[in-house]
Each structure stands twice: as structure tokens, then as C-alpha cells.
Design a protein around this ligand. Structure first.
Ligand code: CA
Length: 232
């Protein structure tokens, strides 16, 4: 998933960015409210982590503006422990959840995962689509019970497609979600990665988990298609 961190303390920002990248997310980081609002407008983030005490545009104002502009992504706020009024104001402004400082990075990661699942309509940390099982807590992937080793990029691609199983996902959307803004964006490389993912998930070419819709994108099958007797 693509996550936007808006936090002015550099050490904290880098720590969160590193932990989220390690957990398989794509991260955009902004050091003040103005840069943060720009990042939210420019990059299609799936979730934002917003410190309320920000220079430039304050966190509360940033959240109100983002919601006013119709941005519906989950927003997790970071607040000072002793300021309960701030938490309430943040939630009223449109945030979805909060973590108080100082925090353990693991707590932020757990809340991020929960918000992403809720936003996608899943309550279960284990995603399933046909024979594929993906555990978002351990990043373990298996097909019909057989463990599949994926690179971090392949994992992120599969998780994204599984959260949108049954829907058409365009190459452009995958580029936006999986590449960071400073990385080279090339939609042709997406084809290569989808091909690799297909071979790892379905080495015997049996159940075709990822459908290609010419000119439109890809669709992960939510259910295993009925076995084709002609291929058996
Ligand atoms: Ca701050």
C-alpha cells in the first residue's frame, strides 16, 4: 500500500518510513503541513499518518482540507499523550484513529494494517482469493497450502491485487501504488512483475489467478475458476 507520512520530527519520520517500507509499503514522507497537503494531492496514498503539531499548515487544518476536497483515505493521527482534546479534535476533523507519542513503532504498524483492512472491507488479517492465502501479519503467502516465496515488490503487488480481488486494476494504478515518486515509473515493468507473480503462484499454469484485460489492466480472481476438463 502507498502511505504518506506527515511528521516534522526527522528522526521519528525516518523511523516510521523505514518500518513501513520494511513492512512492504511504499512511503512518501513530508516534513510540514504544506508539503504534506501537496503529497496527498499529488500521490494517490492509501493511508496518511499525520502528526497534529506541524509547521506550515497545522495537522487539524490539513485533515479538514483533505476531507473537504473529498479525500477518503484512512488517516491515522499522532498526538501528544497528555492532550486528549487534541485527539478528539483530530477525530472530529476526520481522522480515523490515533496513536499517542511516545509510541512503539509496532503499535503504529498494527493500526495501519487494521485501517487498511477496514478500508478495503476486510476484518480478517488473512486475505484469501481462490487457492491463494496471504497473511498480512507475517507476509506469508501460500497456494493450496504450498508456501510461495515472493520478493517484497511481488508481495506488495499481490496484496494490492488481493485487496481489490474481482476489480480491474490498471497498470497506471499499480505504478502509482507500488513505486515511490522518485523511482523510475515505467508501466512496462509492471507486466514483467505480473508475469513473475503468475509463474510463482501458478507454476503449472492450472488456475490462472491473474486475468489480463487488454488495455484495461489486471483482475485477481476472487474465487478459483471451475476446473477446465479440457486442460486436465
Ligand atoms: Ca510535531
Amino acid at each position: 500500500m502507498r502511505i504518506c507520512i506527515i511528521e516534522d520530527e526527522p528522526v521519528l519520520r525516518e523511523q516510521l518510513a523505514a518500518a513501513l517500507r520494511h513492512a512492504g509499503h511504499t512511503v512518501d514522507a513530508a516534513a510540514d503541513g504544506t508539503e504534506g497537503l501537496y503529497a496527498l494531492r499529488e500521490y494517490a496514498a492509501d493511508l496518511a499518518i499525520v502528526d497534529l503539531g506541524l509547521p506550515g499548515i497545522a495537522g487539524l487544518e490539513l485533515i479538514r482540507t483533505a476531507r473537504h476536497e473529498g479525500r477518503r483515505l484512512p488517516i491515522l493521527i499522532l498526538t501528544a499523550r497528555d492532550r486528549w482534546q487534541e485527539k478528539v479534535a483530530g477525530l472530529v476533523a476526520g481522522a480515523d484513529d490515533y496513536v499517542t507519542k511516545p509510541f512503539q513503532v509496532e503499535e503504529v504498524l498494527a493500526r495501519v494494517q487494521a485501517l487498511i483492512r477496514r478500508a478495503a472491507g476486510y476484518a480478517d488479517p488473512v486475505l484469501r482469493a481462490g487457492p491463494i492465502t496471504l497473511d498480512t501479519r507475517t507476509q506469508a503467502v501460500s497456494v493450496e497450502g504450498r508456501a510461495v516465496e515472493l520478493t517484497s515488490f511481488e508481495y506488495r503487488m499481490l496484496e494490492y491485487l488481493m485487496l481489490r480481488a474481482g476489480q480491474v486494476v490498471s497498470k497506471g494504478e499499480l505504478v502509482d501504488k507500488l513505486y515511490e515518486h522518485d523511482a523510475e515509473r515505467d508501466s512496462n515493468t509492471i507486466e514483467v512483475f505480473v508475469g513473475r507473480l503468475r509463474r510463482k503462484l501458478d507454476p503449472e499454469d492450472r488456475f490462472h489467478p491473474i486475468e489480463t484485460l487488454r488495455g484495461r489492466g489486471y483482475r485477481l480472481q476472487p474465487e478459483a475458476p471451475a476446473a477446465d476438463p479440457a486442460r486436465a
